[in-house]
Design a binder for this molecule. Sequence first.
Ligand code: GLN
Length: 243
Amino acid sequence: MELRIGWLYGHEMNIYGDRGNVLALLHRARGRGLDASVEICGLGDDFDPACYDVLFWGGGQDREQVSVSADLQGAKGSALKSAIDDGVPLLAVCGGYQLLGDGYRPYEGEKLPGIRALDITSEAGPTRFIGNVVIDSPEFGALVGFENHSGLTFLGPGVEPLGRVRVGHGNNGRDGFEGARYRNTIGCYLHGALLPKNPQVTDWLIGVALERRGVADTLDPLGAEVESAAHRAVLRRALQLGR
Ligand code: GLN
């Protein structure tokens, strides 16, 4: 089976190492005997969820989010929302995460409408949150990453957070939570990139994709020595520095 990775706005929204998430998916799929390919679906491209087994959507500055938000109004955004509701595995980081909800209000300018797939809302705050992050996720254990955002995200009543913040600011620096979970979607503020340092999430995304294709996840296990060493190094540093 070929794992088809859809990289949403790979040209427009790819900052703070986000591309590493696509490379990690490729690496852990191919390392476990799967063929794997990546296709970028960007501004003006049609989005057909049937073409992809797993989706990644990276972060972007306010300027890029303006054009991406506009590009998602109408059929394209609805198709992405349906794919999310249908359970397509998706990892969305920071600017991409923000546009999964009702939208993002930058510090200056109009609110940028999102695709309303998750009951979350985001607005720019007065302070930019920058630094290492450590969270404790009930599903994935300790996760490490890097945050750099002015956006504050608030979860609606039906949305579970990805985890509780141990180091860093997370969603809004107030409620102690980071990220959001909805069906097979993970939204978070964790750049770095996230997946190369948290291989359990990479394997989870691949496993969900296989299951949806009716292929039992019986592929060869793949060691994660390098990923785990990177995880431990960031964890140690973040706990020492407290940021
Ligand atoms: N522009 C958004 C913010 O500042 C997202 C930034 C990002 O993707 N890192 O919050």
